[in-house]
Design a protein around this ligand. Structure first.
Ligand SMILES: O=C[C@H](O)COP(=O)(O)O
Length: 321
C-alpha cells in the first residue's frame, strides 16, 4: 500500500465528547442508499472491477490450512480468470485485489505462497490482538502484532478493547491503540471497532475519533464475527468521523473498511457510490477504501460473466469462491 501514513496526535477529548448523532437523518440517508437505482451495463461492470481491486480477500476460519491459504493468495493476485478477462477484453489489465487477509498463524504460509507465485510484494493483512474479541492480556496482543509483521504481514487489522469503550475509558482505548500502532512498525494499521458491540452510534463516533488520534491508517467496522457487522448507518457515522477529523486536524490519510456480510456485487457498487459521494473519488481506490470480504468476489465474477455473455455461468464454469 502506498505510504498514506497517519502519524496520530495527542489524545484530545474535545474532538468527540459533545458529539450528537441525528439518528433520523442518518437512517434516512442509509435507507436512500439501499433503495436507489444502480448503474447498469458497462458502468456497472466498471464499478464491479473497481470493487475487485478494493477487496481484502479474507479467510478467517478455525480450519484454515496452508493449502486453502495458498489458493486464496493466488486468487487474490489473479481474482478474474483469463477466460473472463478475454470476454471483457481486458486481458493484461493487471487487476488484483487490495490484499489477502488471514490469521497471524497463516501469514507465513501466505507469504510463501505469494513468493512462489511471483508476487513477493503482494499486501498481506493479518488480524491480530486476540481477534475477534481482544480479551487477552495487552502484552500478548502486542506480541501477536510483532510476530505477524515478522512473518511478512504488511497490514495489521487490530481489534479495540470493547470493555474500555463500553465503560467510557476512551483514554484507555487510545493508549492501547497507540501501543499497537508502535508495534506495527512499518505495517499499516486498521482498527476494528466491532461496531455491533459498541452499544450506540455515539460510541462508534467516539471510537472512530480516538483510533484516528492514536494513529489508525484505516478504521474498520467489524470483525465479521459480531451479530451485526457492516451496515450503512454505522458506515455513515464512521465516514463522517473521518471527514470531521480531516476538518479538525488537516489529516486526510485515514481509510475506511466495511467488513462482514458484504456478499453481492450490487451491494459493493452501493458502498462505492456512498464513498464517492461522502468523501470523494480518492475514497473509491484501495489506498483509502477496502472491503473485508470472503464471498463478495464470487458474486462479482458471476455478474461480470453475465455482462460479457448475457447469461450466468454454470457452476462448473465458475466454481464459487
Ligand atoms: O474482514 C473480515 C470479515 O470477517 C469478512 O467477513 P465475511 O466473511 O462476512 O465476508
Amino acid at each position: 500500500m502506498e505510504d498514506h501514513r497517519n502519524q496520530g496526535r495527542e489524545f484530545d477529548e474535545s474532538l468527540f465528547k459533545d458529539v450528537k448523532i441525528n439518528l433520523s437523518a442518518v437512517a434516512r440517508r442509509a435507507s436512500d442508499l439501499g433503495s436507489r437505482r444502480a448503474v447498469k451495463k458497462q458502468q456497472q461492470a466498471a464499478w464491479e472491477l473497481r470493487a475487485v481491486t478494493c477487496i481484502d480477500l479474507t479467510t478467517l476460519a478455525g480450519d484454515d490450512t496452508p493449502a486453502n491459504v495458498s489458493r486464496l493468495c493466488f486468487k487474490a493476485a489473479h481474482p478474474l480468470s483469463q477466460d473472463l478477462l478475454k470476454l471483457l477484453h481486458i486481458n493484461g489489465a493487471g487487476i488484483s485485489t487490495g490484499a489477502v487477509c488471514v490469521y497471524p498463524n497463516q501469514v507465513k504460509a501466505a507469504k510463501e505462497a505469494l513468493v512462489r507465485s511471483g508476487y513477493p510484494n503482494f499486501p498481506i493483512a493479518s488480524v491480530a490482538t486476540g481477534f475477534p474479541c481482544g480479551q487477552t492480556p495487552l502484552k500478548s496482543r502486542l506480541a501477536e502484532i510483532r510476530s505477524a509483521v515478522a512473518d511478512g504481514a504488511t497490514e495489521i487489522d487490530i481489534v479495540i478493547n470493547r470493555t474500555y469503550a463500553l465503560t467510557g475509558d476512551w483514554k484507555g482505548v487510545y493508549d492501547e491503540v497507540k501501543q499497537m500502532k508502535d508495534a506495527c512498525g512499518a505495517a499499516h494499521m486498521k482498527t476494528i471497532l466491532a461496531t455491533g458491540e459498541l452499544g450506540s452510534l455515539r460510541n462508534i463516533y467516539k471510537a472512530s475519533m480516538v483510533c484516528m488520534m492514536a494513529g489508525a491508517d484505516f478504521i474498520k467496522t467489524s470483525t465479521g464475527k459480531e451479530g451485526v457487522n457492516a451496515t450503512f448507518i454505522v458506515a455513515l457515522v464512521m465516514i463522517r468521523a473521518i471527514r470531521d477529523y480531516y476538518r479538525l486536524t488537516g489529516v486526510k490519510v485515514v481509510g475506511f473498511k466495511p467488513a462482514g456480510g458484504i456478499r453481492t456485487a450490487k451491494d459493493a457498487c452501493v458502498w462505492l457510490s456512498m464513498m464517492k459521494e461522502e468523501l470523494g473519488d480518492e475514497y473509491t481506490s484501495n489506498k483509502l477504501f477496502r472491503f473485508g470480504a470472503s464471498a463478495l468476489l464470487g458474486d462479482i465474477e458471476r455478474q461480470l460473466y453475465h455482462y460479457a455473455t448475457g447469461y450466468y455461468p454454470a457452476i462448473t464454469e465458475m466454481p464459487m469462491g
